[in-house]
Design a protein around this ligand. Structure first.
Ligand code: 13P
Ligand code: SF4
Length: 314
């Protein structure tokens, strides 16, 4: 059954000159048929560089919006319109606009996990893959608002010695991980190395041996001599980790004993069946007004240019 669906997806992809971009949090079957699998930064860059007529984006809504802003003349489709993000949803345009009014002399750095409207209120966009370098590239005395993830912002404040004003948003997948449960897992797996995404809260990050974006964690594990890892992020990453390191062991850190995975409910809405339907019907299309695109893409372009000049991407 899956075999037939996959065959048809690959055929339609060729016929329609469509590119399938997938985040590492997608189900294994989607990662396996994607033209490119990456983290938020890699995917934004891939979206900017593609020659395809259609971008089929398997991730969440804000990622597809970013792809559309970088390719206004291309059709960008997603398999499920409900694939949102708790972090992006925590920061509404009117609320953030009012918040910003209190700090008129501050620059705004927003994590890419936010809506196109929030991007219009931002000076620079960042991802977890470049946030530290981008923040560091600004003068030490620059006043900054960091939104919407207070965990990533707090982590950046601690390691840069800055005092950025933080928006009070979190990712429901990372925020629910606790130091208490991790300590139990560490006791059961004394030889394991803990890797964590900076969207985790501080008590979790304090226990981590390595903190980094999805791509940075993948690179760290590849280069590490250790053979067992506790993985404090979304479960989907383990597919790539296992592909790269078949001899290593990975234990996903869950909220508690009641669950064996740490899935993002939004990322996991995408299925092979929906991918096929999406290609067949060319839905669901991301539509943004020209004006919104013009205003929201400026800080994204700034991020990509700064990342290039800082040597983070090619
Ligand atoms: P990265 O892909 O930047 O590591 O971010 C993870 C994430 O939460 C995506 O929604
Ligand atoms: Fe949003 Fe968190 Fe899901 Fe990423 S993992 S899409 S930040 S809810």
């Amino acid at each position: 059954m899956n075999k037939d669906i996959i065959k048809e997806i690959l055929r339609l992809k060729r016929e329609k000159n469509a590119v399938l971009l997938a985040h590492y949090y997608q189900i294994n079957e989607i990662q396996d048929i994607a033209d490119f699998v990456g983290d938020s930064l890699n995917l934004a860059q891939q979206a900017q560089q593609t020659n395809a007529d259609i971008i089929l984006f398997c991730g969440v809504h804000f990622m597809a919006e970013t792809a559309k802003m970088l390719n206004p003349n291309k059709k960008v489709i997603i398999p499920d319109m409900n694939a949102g993000c708790s972090l992006a949803d925590s920061c509404k345009y009117e609320d953030f606009k009012a918040f910003k009014q209190q700090y008129l002399d501050h620059k705004v750095i927003s994590y890419i996990n936010c809506s196109a409207e929030i991007k219009t209120l931002s000076d620079i966009i960042c991802t977890s893959g470049n946030a530290l370098q981008l923040v560091n590239s600004l003068p030490q005395n620059e006043k900054i608002i960091f939104a919407p993830d207070k965990n990533l912002g707090g982590y950046l404040n601690r390691i840069t010695g800055r005092n950025m004003v933080l928006w009070n948003g979190t990712c429901e997948v990372h925020q629910l991980l606790t130091a208490e449960h991790i300590l139990k897992l560490k006791l059961q797996n004394k030889d394991a190395t803990l890797i964590a995404h900076p969207e985790c809260n501080n008590s979790v990050l304090e226990l981590a041996d390595f903190i980094g974006s999805t791509q940075a964690m993948i690179k760290f594990v590849q280069q590490s001599k250790e053979s067992k890892f506790l993985v404090a992020t979304e479960s989907g990453i383990v597919h790539q980790l296992k592909k790269d390191n078949p001899q290593k062991e990975f234990i996903v850190v869950t909220q508690d004993e009641s669950c064996a995975c740490n899935d993002c409910q939004y990322m996991k809405l995408n299925t092979l069946g929906k991918v096929l339907q999406s290609l067949e019907t060319e839905t669901y299309e991301i539509n943004l007004s020209q004006d919104l695109i013009e205003r929201a893409k400026k800080p994204i372009i700034r991020m990509l240019e700064m990342s290039k000049s800082l040597g983070i991407i090619k």
